[in-house]
Design a protein. Structure first.
Length: 308
């Protein structure tokens, strides 16, 4: 018999907790809260968000790895889970060895945002301008080894740009410095940079994806302007501790995919510069994370990136 909302016979029978290794308002937190609201209605059970930021995601990600593997503690993770492990000599968790994939939730657009004080209006003009000023340009990130740092590394290396890295603890601080012209550019997720871009404080030169984003339809894609080698996208997804019963993983995936297909939810994702991704299987999501792990491992090694 087909399941109806609230009719699940043996799961869940108590509240579900979703650990987010970032602060309130971050991309992973935003998607986790949207998903939790929908799942609460569907399950008729509480779905609680537990923010555990700190140490570059180390605190929250370790908590996910050490949770009881019964399906009642999940993690909303992104690229930070992989990078944080790769950046440490003896990490307290294994980025992929401690978890199983449940659902790829969102594909997130990144944007090349620049200070409006630069005499450029396109990504091509920016690259030309930066190439003839080695060591004079600088870029912001959310810390050494952060996804924004690696995105800028990929961009700089692919396009032969020599720029100085300036890490910040908060994106808002970097936006202030860019608005003042003291920091020249950054590559951030679109959900993070959307406000300053829409308010005109920063100039969006390109989205770092093969196609334009419906969120910023007038901003070209990096591939569109002839710089496909600089592409860099992000993602968020739900994972469970290793050992979680397969039937529970499959049910969670099915239920999450169901709500991700709702048109209202898809619209809210698009409005934040992301797309819901309900069609990726748990195994497919795990393969995606494995591919991403190898990609970031190479970026960190080639770039000689070390933690602070």
């Amino acid at each position: 018999m087909a399941l109806t909302p609230g009719s699940h016979a043996d799961f869940p029978v108590k509240p579900i907790r979703v650990i987010v290794a970032s602060s309130v308002g971050a991309a992973d937190d935003f998607f986790a809260r949207l998903l939790a609201d929908e799942l609460e209605t569907y399950y008729q059970r509480r779905v609680l968000i537990e923010n555990r930021p700190g140490a570059g995601g180390l605190i929250g990600n370790t908590k996910v790895s050490r949770a009881v593997a019964d399906g009642y503690t999940l993690g909303m993770v992104g690229v930070t889970r992989l990078i944080t492990e790769l950046m440490r000599e003896a990490p307290p968790y294994k980025a992929l060895g401690d978890i199983v994939g449940v659902a790829h939730v969102a594909s997130i657009t990144n944007v090349l945002a620049a200070t409006r004080t630069l005499p450029v209006s396109t990504a091509r003009e920016f690259v030309t301008y930066a190439r003839v000023r080695p060591g004079e340009m600088n870029y912001a990130s959310l810390g050494i080894g952060s996804a924004s740092h690696l995105a800028a590394e990929v961009f700089s290396r692919a396009l032969n740009i020599d720029a100085v890295h300036i890490p910040f603890r908060m994106a808002t601080d970097s936006f202030i410095e860019m608005a003042l012209g003291r920091v020249h550019y950054a590559i951030y997720t679109l959900p993070a940079a959307l406000g300053p871009v829409r308010e005109g404080r920063l100039r969006a030169l390109a989205v770092m994806t093969p196609q334009r984003s419906p969120t910023l339809p007038n901003v070209p894609a990096i591939a569109e302007v002839g710089l496909p080698e600089a592409q860099f996208d992000s993602w968020s997804g739900i994972v469970a501790p290793k050992g979680t019963p397969r039937r529970v993983v499959e049910q969670l995936h099915s239920d999450i995919a169901r709500v991700l297909r709702k048109s209202a939810l898809r619209t809210r994702f698009v409005n934040q510069g992301a797309e819901s991704t309900p069609d990726t299987t748990p195994d497919g999501f795990m393969r995606h994370m494995q591919e991403e792990y190898l990609r970031f491992q190479s970026i960190i090694k080639v770039g000689g990136i070390r933690p602070e």
